[in-house]
Design a protein around this ligand. Sequence first.
Ligand SMILES: [Zn+2]
Length: 275
Amino acid sequence: MRCSRCRREAVFFQRYSGLALCAGHLRDDVEARARKEIRAEGGIRPGDRIAVVLSGSPESLTLAHFLCRTFAGRRDLSLLAVEGGRGGSSRRPAAETAARSPGMEWLPVREGGGAGSPAGDAPGDQEPAGGCTLSPAQPREVLADTAWRAGATVLAYGECLDDLAGQVLARVLRGEAPEVNRQPALRTLTPFRRIPGEEVRLYGQGIGVARGEPPCRAAGDGLEDLAASLLSDHASRHPSAPHALLRLWDSLAVPVEEGPGDRAARGGKGVGGNG
Ligand SMILES: [Zn+2]
């Protein structure tokens, strides 16, 4: 299979677009779509302090590297990494190393919503013996609060299309509607929002991101797993289905009082938040 753009050997076939892409053109394509999504969600503004939710998952590590690549030349911006909701203390060393290697500040989150100092050496910062440190019901709030206290103006999540479309379907099955962002002072970005996870992981491998860890399974009613399985099965025959589901959810999100361009503040689109 040859790349549709340069005839080199393709590494990926985009079923929903009909394009075959080589490693270089997949990288360009993913980065162009991620930058477009950032602009659509309100963009990056001069002086922004961007907090990346870093769980140690391949997607979250890839987002950190993508943001470092994209904004390395912007001296007016700063990047920090917030310990992700489903990473858990057992994964903290890998996530912390991944944050510090490109020179990002590391901000651990403690159970109960407190945060250590940006240097991660707060006195009494005791870790549980392993597993997930955060309740799956509140990580988005906790992360937003932690980032906000550290002076962040933007919170960036590494979630990709499959994650978010699965969360939408689970919420539809529960009869839930999009909700309003509870931390409107902090803008949120999800640059990989419209990019399938497989493409994000291939892109990550292409720019040298470590494989990362699969997300920790959060306890719950099992609907996320059911929705993910239903959607994966359906999307194998209808590859546009996750895109359509997310567009539908966006159209249902209720606009709230917000600054210009803060589309992301609308209900946080009601899904996401685990890096
Ligand atoms: Zn190519």
